[in-house]
Design a protein around this ligand. Structure first.
Ligand code: PGA
Length: 242
């Protein structure tokens, strides 16, 4: 199975800078056979322009979040169906930076249901805090989070992203063995809850140096890359190692 490599650009780039970066990545990838399935998640306002810049590069597009509601009177929200209409294939849901501004497991679960209803593939984020990890509660915490966000019905093409909150943007990561143990639990628990085989990817301070050891590990189906996806050179270096 191809490794899944996601570039989460968060709210770091202007639309112009997003197009520039997408163009550079697409140019480098066009015509080459990558062993990775690459997906770029620009901010919502840059989706259409990035889609165009990606052209026929074979790189997929995704949204960073979506509304729990179908079309209607919901000021400021972004409909999952509109993401789909703009060419997004995937959508990140429940990222810790969204949970920080109040998203609950229930909301994440409902968003996943709406995303799947319109044919988007949800990437649902889970992960423990530094305090939970320190107290040895990382595994039970993530298990409880999974039980709260799954099962969503009908389950189709869900990916779980294990992103320990303390590893995001900090330069620190769990060891490959720690990630592997967590992914194995997530895989088993997700299969039990949904009856489906579910991909489990890792995110949190992945860079060109650490990527190879993560990508070599069979328990790690792919990577969700933040900071290191903001430059074409470092992101391509990660993709090259898949
Ligand atoms: P990071 O972000 O790679 O900058 O740690 C990852 C993420 O938040 O998805």
């Amino acid at each position: 199975m191809k490794k899944y490599i996601a570039a989460n650009w968060k709210m770091n780039l202007t639309p112009k800078a997003s197009v520039r970066l997408a163009t550079a990545i697409a140019k480098a990838m066009r015509g080459k056979r990558y062993r990775a399935e690459v997906v770029i998640f620009p901010d919502a306002l840059s989706l259409a322009a990035v889609k165009e810049a990606l052209g026929k590069s074979g790189i997929f597009l995704g949204g960073q979040d979506c509304s729990v509601f179908p079309y209607g009177a919901h000021t400021g929200e972004i409909a999952a169906a509109s993401l789909k209409a703009l060419g997004a294939r995937d959508v990140i849901l429940g990222h810790s930076e969204r949970r920080e501004v109040g998203e609950t497991d229930n909301l994440v679960k409902a968003k996943a249901t709406e995303a799947m209803r319109v044919g988007l593939r949800p990437i649902i984020c889970v992960g423990e805090s530094a305090a939970d990890r320190k107290d040895g509660r990382a595994m039970p915490f993530v298990r409880a989070q999974l039980r709260a966000v799954l099962p969503v019905k009908p389950v189709r093409d869900i990916t779980i992203a294990y992103e320990p909150i303390w590893a995001i943007g900090s330069g620190r990561t769990p060891s490959v063995a720690e990630i592997s143990a967590m992914h194995s639990m997530i895989r088993q628990e997700a299969a039990r809850l949904t009856g489906k085989t579910i991909k489990v990817i890792y995110g949190g301070s992945v860079d060109a140096k650490s990527a190879a050891s993560f990508l070599r590990e069979p328990e790690i189906d792919g990577l969700l890359v933040g900071g290191a996806s903001l430059r074409a050179t470092s992101f391509l270096a990660i993709c090259n190692q898949a």
